[in-house]
Design a protein around this ligand. Sequence first.
Ligand code: URP
Ligand code: ZN
Ligand code: ZN
Ligand code: ZN
Length: 467
Amino acid sequence: HGGTVVSATGSQPLDVLVDGETIVAVLQPGATALGADLTGTAEVVIDATGKYVIPGGVDGHTHMQMPFGGTEASDTFETGTRAAAWGGTTTIVDFVVQKPGERVQDTLGAWHQKAAGKCAVDYGFHQIIGEVNDESLKGMSELVSEGVTSFKLFMAYPGVFYSTDGQILRAMQSAGDLGALLMMHAENGIAIDVLVEQAIARGDTAPYFHGTSRPWQLEEEATHRAIMLAQVTGAPLYVVHVSAKQALEQIATARGNGQNVFGESCPQYLYLSLEEQLGAPGFEGAKWVCSTPLRSRAEGHQDELWRYLRTGDVTAVSTDHCPFCMKDQKEMGIGDFSKIPNGIGGVEHRMDLMFQGVKSGQISLERWVEVCCTTPARMFGMYPRKGVISPGADADIVIYDPNGHTSIGLGKTHHMNMDYSAYEGFEIDGHVDTVLSRGRVVIDDGKYLGSAGHGRFVKRELSQNLI
Ligand code: URP
Ligand code: ZN
Ligand code: ZN
Ligand code: ZN
């Protein structure tokens, strides 16, 4: 009661009436709903005066306990979804991993077992196809009927997840036939592996050389190739974790031509840079080893990403939350950056970090909600259950205090299972005050009131964001 409800299309003072797990009315303050005045008859009234009332965040790209490089991402579904709740994210879409030799249907079952009964907030799954073959392609339609309606392929990581162009083409044909979204890790992994090998042979083994051995040209090239293959097959394409401005230019051109191509970026690419990684002492640069890599600020990638966020060519902002501790995990790469597990944890900070773009005038308040909540929900077939404050929607609601303050870092607002923060020392104008997940208050001004197992699997529809 008393807050400003922000949606992708506008903001106005409105009250929100919740019954059980669902929003049942959105009404002018003082108006009556279902024959009753909200403030007079509601069992619980939450005062949101002076605050924004927004849909719960939808993070469309996380990797809880993901197996990678001989280790596993350090957040479990339990710790990672709890951290998400703290940060105002009430739905995640995580990745099921198929490795060569496994059946995709079996891997989905295994991931259901990892997540069931553990999550603090709701969750869906994408499927990583690590081996495109007849069996995997057949499995795709089965997965769609089970609510897993998007599939990620890799043009990077030869020998691990990598798909050849022929395999990509076949998977895109299947996705096109099903109307399912094809997600692409677009980096030319074959060329990158040569540069990596050469760097190590030269003795350039420090974390910074992870970035320099993955130049933007190899992101642009792969992005272009993925777009062309998608065009041939008719598959809708969602390019994940874009960091190079040239890759976004490719995406913008394809979108301008009316192709169903979408760009995703992440706070690390908007806020952090290769220069800062270079400036980090010793092995500290490993904290920011992720793929695609952080890009040079001098080359202007970050500014361009913000611009593309305004034009709509960056369609959604996710975290690509893939946390590893420095101790025993990132440290595996001391003396050889190629052995550093790739990934940055940030599921807890996305709403706050992106709100800084509102504060600094780079995006509007409504665009903040659009890229963090509404579009991811539509993109991944969860709208209008998720991503909007509207009668009939799940009561996933965040009360955000624009005048509050949040200090990011270890020992501060940090509930992720990581022994460092990629955003250590960031001071945020704004604060997640209250979070409701399907009607239940899970965060209440600094207190966690949720529980493992409250979060449920979301069976997703096909993307609702296509042309
Ligand atoms: O470095 C990253 N992005 N790790 C997570 C896996 C992926 O490619 O998204
Ligand atoms: Zn990736
Ligand atoms: Zn990822
Ligand atoms: Zn506060």
